[in-house]
Design a protein around this ligand. Structure first.
Ligand code: NAD
Ligand code: WQD
Length: 344
C-alpha cells in the first residue's frame, strides 16, 4: 500500500471516481461522507469496479468531535482529498448561510486536524468559477480571480485564501488546489456516475434525462452569444480524467516531488466546446436524438471559458485523454443503468 488517504465527500460524483483511481493506484482509501448528496450504494459500485470495499464513515465533516474520532480510529492517514461541499449555485443564492457554514467549516476542521494527526498532503476541489468571466481564453492559473457571483463561488475563493493563509502561517502541511472546469460523464463500467437531486441544473444530466424521456425537452440557454454558433462555451472534462489528476497531485506532495507548499492547477482539456457542439456529440456518439429548443439566456452565465491546462500537463504529467464522444457515451450508459435500476 502506498499510504492511507481520507476522501471527504468520497460518495459523491467526483469523489467516488477518485476513490476508484486511488485504489487502482495502490492507495488505501477511507471515505467520510454525510450522504447529504449521495447514497450508500456507491460503495457497491466502487467494490464492483475495484474488488475493494473502502472503509466508510457516515459522518458530517463539520462535526469536529466526529472527525477527531475518525482520525483517532484510522491511524496513519497521510493525505486528504476534500470533495465535501454543497455545490448548487442556485441553491447557494437561497441559502447563503448554509453554504458558507458547510463548505468553510468542513475545510477549517480538516486543516486544523491535519497537523494534529501528522497528515501531510491536502488536495482541494476548487473550481473555474473563481475566474468569473475571463478577459481571454484559454485561461491560466495566474489570471485574476473576479468577485464571485454566488455564495457557492465565494466559498471556493475564500477556501483558496484560507488554505494559503494556513500555509503562510507555517503549518507543516502541503496543499494543491485543483480548479476543475466542467466535470461530466461517468465511469465507463456504468457502475458509478452522477446522481443529481431533483431537476438537474447542469447541462449533461439534464440532457441525458431528456434523452431517456424523464424530461420533455432540453432548453438551450441562449443562442445569441458572441461565439461561433451563438451558444456558450465550456471546457467539459471527463470525470475519470479529472479523478486521475487527484492521484498525481497527491503523489506529488506525499513523495516530495516539489518544494512548494501550495500549488494550483487548472484541470481541463484545453478545448472550448459549445453547448451546441456538446449536444451534437451526444447524438453522434449515442445515436439518440435529444429534443431541444433555444430559450433566453440564463442570468449569470459566463459566456465562454476554457482552461489552459499546460501547467498540469507539464508539472503533474497529467493530461485529459477521453474524447468528447467517449465521455458522452459514458454519460448515456450511466443514464441507462439508472433506468435499469429503476432510479430514473
Ligand atoms: P457531490 O455533491 O456529488 O459530492 C460531494 C459529497 O460531499 C456528497 O457525497 C455529499 O454527501 C458530501 N458532503 C457534503 N457536505 C458534507 C459534510 N458536511 N460532511 C460530509 N460529507 C458532505 O459533488 P461533486 O460534483 O462530486 O463535487 C465535489 C467537489 O468538487 C465539491 O467541492 C464541488 O464544489 C467541487 N466542484 C464540482 C464541480 C462540478 O461541476 N461537479 C465543479 C467544480 C468544483
Ligand atoms: C453549462 C452550459 C448553460 C443547463 C456550473 C457552476 C460552476 C461549476 C460547474 C462547480 C451553460 C448551458 C445548462 C441546461 C443549458 N461548478 N445549459 N441548458 O454553469 O458552466 O457551471 O457547474 O464549481 O461553478 O456554475 O455548468 O452545466 O450548468 O451549464 O443550455 O439545461 O450549459 O447555460 O452555458 P456551468 P452548467
Amino acid at each position: 500500500m502506498k499510504g492511507k488517504i481520507l476522501v471527504a465527500g468520497g460518495m459523491g460524483f467526483i469523489g467516488s471516481h477518485t476513490t476508484v483511481e486511488l485504489i487502482n493506484a495502490g492507495y488505501d482509501v477511507v471515505i467520510v461522507d454525510n450522504l447529504s448528496n449521495s447514497n450508500a450504494d456507491v460503495l457497491d459500485g466502487i467494490e464492483r469496479i475495484t474488488g475493494v470495499r473502502p472503509a466508510f464513515y457516515k459522518a458530517d465533516c463539520t462535526d469536529m468531535a466526529a472527525m477527531r474520532a475518525l482520525f483517532t480510529a484510522e491511524k496513519g492517514i497521510s493525505g486528504i482529498i476534500d470533495f465535501a461541499a454543497s455545490k448548487a449555485v442556485g441553491e447557494s443564492m437561497q441559502k447563503p448561510i448554509m453554504y458558507y457554514r458547510n463548505n468553510l467549516n468542513i475545510l477549517l476542521n480538516l486543516l486544523e486536524l491535519m497537523p494534529e494527526f501528522g497528515v501531510k498532503g491536502f488536495v482541494f476541489s476548487s473550481s473555474c468559477t473563481v475566474y468569473g468571466e475571463p478577459d481571454h481564453n484559454p485561461i491560466t492559473e495566474d489570471a485574476p480571480t473576479k468577485k464571485a457571483t454566488s455564495p457557492y463561488g465565494a466559498t471556493k475563493q475564500v477556501s483558496e485564501d484560507i488554505i494559503a493563509d494556513v500555509i503562510r502561517s507555517g503549518s507543516p502541511i502541503k496543499a494543491i488546489l485543483l480548479r476543475y472546469f466542467n466535470p461530466i460523464g461517468a465511469h465507463p463500467s456504468a457502475e458509478i456516475g452522477e446522481l443529481p437531486n431533483g431537476v438537474p441544473a447542469n447541462l449533461v444530466p439534464y440532457l441525458t434525462q431528456t434523452a431517456i424521456g424523464v424530461r420533455k425537452e432540453l432548453s438551450v440557454f441562449g443562442n445569441d452569444y458572441p461565439t461561433p454558433d451563438g451558444t456558450c462555451i465550456r471546457d467539459f472534462i471527463n470525470v475519470v480524467d479529472l479523478a486521475k489528476a487527484h492521484v498525481v497531485a497527491l503523489a506529488r506532495m506525499l513523495e516530495d516531488k516539489s518544494d512548494e507548499a501550495l500549488e494550483v492547477f487548472n484541470i481541463g482539456t484545453g478545448d472550448g466546446v459549445s453547448v451546441q457542439q456538446l449536444l451534437d456529440a451526444f447524438e453522434r456518439a449515442t445515436g439518440v436524438k435529444v429534443p431541444y429548443k433555444y430559450v433566453d439566456r440564463r442570468p449569470g452565465d459566463i459566456i465562454q471559458i476554457w482552461a489552459d491546462p499546460k501547467r498540469a500537463n507539464e508539472v503533474l504529467g497529467w493530461k485529459a485523454e477521453a474524447t468528447l464522444d467517449e465521455t458522452m457515451l459514458s454519460a448515456w450508459k450511466w443514464q441507462l443503468k439508472l433506468r435499469e435500476r429503476g432510479i430514473m
